[in-house]
Design a protein around this ligand. Structure first.
Ligand SMILES: Nc1ncnc2c1ncn2[C@@H]1O[C@H](COP(=O)(O)OP(=O)(O)O)[C@@H](O)[C@H]1O
Ligand SMILES: [Mg+2]
Length: 130
């Protein structure tokens, strides 16, 4: 798996804070001899205002990485920090609230609500968060 990032920042004063930080994140699927380690102690840091593309062959762990980074999945071990807040701390409900308030995610299969317009789909999290 490879990462490309731009160094462009929206804030030029001082070092940019981290938008995302992963510390020794591990995620294994299955058990015993059928176990697959998709993430094996991933540590990374992305600065605010930068753009990152994660690239790699099918099965290299891109989706697992994004799901753990976005709070859609929970790593077996390690820490995920989004904008200075640890997301791996709380339970399912806390993570759901955090996602709704802080994270935007466009799925490969889109997962849009077909009865809503593009604009309505876009602002739905804001309406749920009031
Ligand atoms: N739900 C799952 N159950 C079992 N194995 C899985 C599951 N999701 C992913 N894997 C395995 O984890 C590895 C990484 O998969 P994935 O994160 O989907 O990679 P990518 O998105 O780069 O194709 C692969 O070996 C895949 O087969
Ligand atoms: Mg994938």
């Amino acid at each position: 798996m490879t990462m490309f990032r731009t160094a462009r920042r929206t804030h030029e004063r001082g070092p940019a804070p981290e938008a995302l930080r992963l510390v020794k994140v591990t995620r294994t699927y299955g058990e015993a001899e059928s176990a697959v380690t998709a993430l094996d102690g991933v540590t990374l840091s992305l600065a605010r205002g930068t753009f990152t593309a994660v690239m790699g062959p099918s099965g290299s762990g891109k989706s697992t990485l994004l799901q753990c980074a976005a709070g859609l999945d929970r790593p077996d071990s390690g820490i995920v920090m989004v904008d200075g807040t640890e997301m791996t701390g709380g339970g399912e409900a806390a993570r759901t609230r955090f996602r709704r308030d802080r994270i935007g995610f466009v799925f490969q299969q889109y997962n849009l609500l077909p009865t809503l317009t593009v604009a309505q789909n876009t602002v739905l999290p804001l309406r749920l968060a009031r």
